[in-house]
Design a protein around this ligand. Sequence first.
Ligand code: 16G
Length: 247
Amino acid sequence: AIFADITGQSPNGGPLYVKLKRTIESAVDRGMIKAGDALPPEREIASMADVSRVTVRKAVQELVREGLLIQRHGSGTFVASRVKPVEQYLTQLTSFTEDMARRGMIVRSVWLDRGIYAPSPEEMVSLGLTSGENVARISRLRVANETPMAIERAALAASVLSRPEDVTTSLYAVLAANGNRPVRAIQRISAAILKENDARILDVQPGSASLNIERISYLESGKVIEFTRSIYRADAYEFIAELRLSG
Ligand code: 16G
């Protein structure tokens, strides 16, 4: 059993809930319960481990706080997908597909939305659209080695991406094929707290931190090609820049 009776364990091993926490942690470490699996109901854990439900609740609550478990209202408690943060340099203009492929990771995207729309005022300004020009929007969940890493919402002039469904894998590959590979970008990164729905998509506890990134990319000609807003899991990324003394 995953949660054997823990009451008999060494009396100086600390409070019961701490022992139960360790038992759950080791069950996850040894792969007895995997990322995405539901934890058995509180009542069952209590009876398996021979502890009170209060003890179970306390252990589970701490593991939720520490990020090992995720609690979803109405559907229960699950094992979170844990990641070793990816180190991302901020000095090169690369695509998600290129970044992950370089690390030998398998890339997959899940469509959240795609289509041709009338632009928002912000898209109109950022992309320099003229009145009557439409926008192509592609919103994807980006997944690397089966870990959801980021939600990316890209907007481009419909004239450069008339068929958003052509982006089967890499947006930058499609742009490059049409001679529209961006060569420069301005990126802004800010911290935020994930909303319930985005947290669910990214498979993390609601209220977890995210790094929101806005990228505006330019062609050699100076024309804006892409306006993208991305929500990156804060536990999945570390951004690195090399700084030099100027003079
Ligand atoms: C990166 C870019 C994003 C771009 C995407 C293209 C950031 C914050 N964002 O994820 O702006 O649209 O790459 O990736 O780096 P793809 O070619 O794999 O579709």
